[in-house]
Design a protein around this ligand. Structure first.
Ligand SMILES: NC(=O)c1ccc[n+]([C@@H]2O[C@H](COP(=O)([O-])OP(=O)(O)OC[C@H]3O[C@@H](n4cnc5c(N)ncnc54)[C@H](O)[C@@H]3O)[C@@H](O)[C@H]2O)c1
Length: 310
């Protein structure tokens, strides 16, 4: 009944096809201890991948590891601390991961916060911008070297970045990326999700120009029943509580497009797409503006303290 009603309302519940074993591959899933990230980690683990959950809550992360190991009978699941709201922590995470001497075939930039009150990351950036976007910008750039070594002509390494339909109403405010003059939680979340799409396109162009065997795609999971909505106003939470069973996807359904982007054979070597319900979809017009993409990349390099490659 739920699936039929969802389809009548246009909310297509996408389920990816069965994939062959991915044994021997290594994946990192940020925010993989809960919600969509946990389901993504579980589904990749079920396919035989070695999955590293990157998160900022050790207890939750370890619980997720145990649960996933039991559910999937795959022992190669581990938690590694990474607070995406701290550049020091991100750098430490990359050092710890690199010390393991593993390849990296799949990076799922999934962690995020939504509608948080005005707050700053450890480095003084507005939290949506600093954590959702800039944290993943730095993490991806620091992991690129390993991913370039891991991808091959027939088996590209894949970067999957979780955006949201909210990006369609997002605006990049270059005069105030940190929303310090006028803070709107909705505006800040939408800006961070638009920035992630533009980052994906800019990164894909650079990877193609450099002839690297790494691809970058953005995904939209749809509307999914998770804790992400904890900061929504109480009437909104009440409506969600009453209707989620019908209109919201389950975390497993929400993870389907991330998993599809991570392993689907038909996406081999293909990057620069925005995927929704397993389909290539047009993102916001502004997201294709290469000049703005480059401007965002240049600013982000300065903010994250890394050399500019664009
Ligand atoms: N739920 C939805 O309807 C929906 C819709 C569109 C997009 N998304 C996106 O999906 C992604 C996953 O969200 P979710 O719905 O599973 O929410 P969730 O709140 O259940 O999970 C968010 C994850 O991010 C992690 N996280 C938060 N702050 C962190 C930090 N400082 N460092 C490291 N990890 C941190 C959390 O621990 C958690 O594991 C987010 O990027 C979100 O914007 C969700």
């Amino acid at each position: 009944l739920r699936v039929i009603l969802q389809q009548m309302c246009g909310g297509l519940a996408f389920s990816h096809p069965a994939f062959s074993s991915q044994n021997g591959k290594v994946a990192i899933v940020t925010g993989g201890a809960k919600g969509i990230g946990c389901s993504t980690a579980k589904q990749l683990s079920r396919l035989g991948m070695h999955v590293i959950i990157a998160g900022n809550n050790e207890a939750e992360g370890n619980e997720a590891v145990t649960r996933i190991q039991q559910d999937t009978q795959n022992e190669k699941v581990e938690f590694l601390y990474c607070d995406l709201a701290s550049m020091k922590s991100i750098r430490q995470f990359v050092q710890n991961f690199t010390a393991k001497n593993l390849c990296l075939h799949v990076l799922v930039n999934n962690a995020g916060v939504m509608l948080v009150p005005e707050r700053k990351t450890a480095d003084g950036f507005e939290e949506h911008f600093g954590l959702n976007y800039l944290g993943h910008f730095l993490l991806t750039n620091l992991l690129l070297k390993t991913m370039k070594k891991s991808g091959t002509e027939n088996l590209n390494a894949r970067i999957i970045t979780v955006s949201s339909a909210t990006h369609y109403v997002g605006e990049l405010n270059f005069d105030d990326l940190n929303s310090s003059y006028c803070y709107s939680p909705h505006g800040a979340y939408a800006q961070s999700k638009l920035a992630l799409v533009m980052f994906t396109y800019c990164l894909q162009r650079q990877l193609s120009e450099d002839g690297c065997y790494v691809t970058a795609n953005a995904v939209d999971p749809g509307v999914v029943n998770t804790d992400l909505y904890r900061n929504v106003c109480w009437p909104g939470r009440l409506v969600k509580w009453l209707t989620a069973w019908l209109f919201f996807k389950t975390p497993d359904e929400g993870a389907a497009t991330s998993v599809y982007a991570s392993v689907a054979p038909e996406l081999e070597g293909i990057g620069g797409c925005y995927l929704y319900s397993g389909q290539k979809t047009k993102s916001a017009d502004v997201s294709y503006n290469e000049e703005l993409q480059r401007k965002l990349w240049n600013e982000s390099c300065k903010m994250a303290g890394i050399p500019d490659s664009a």
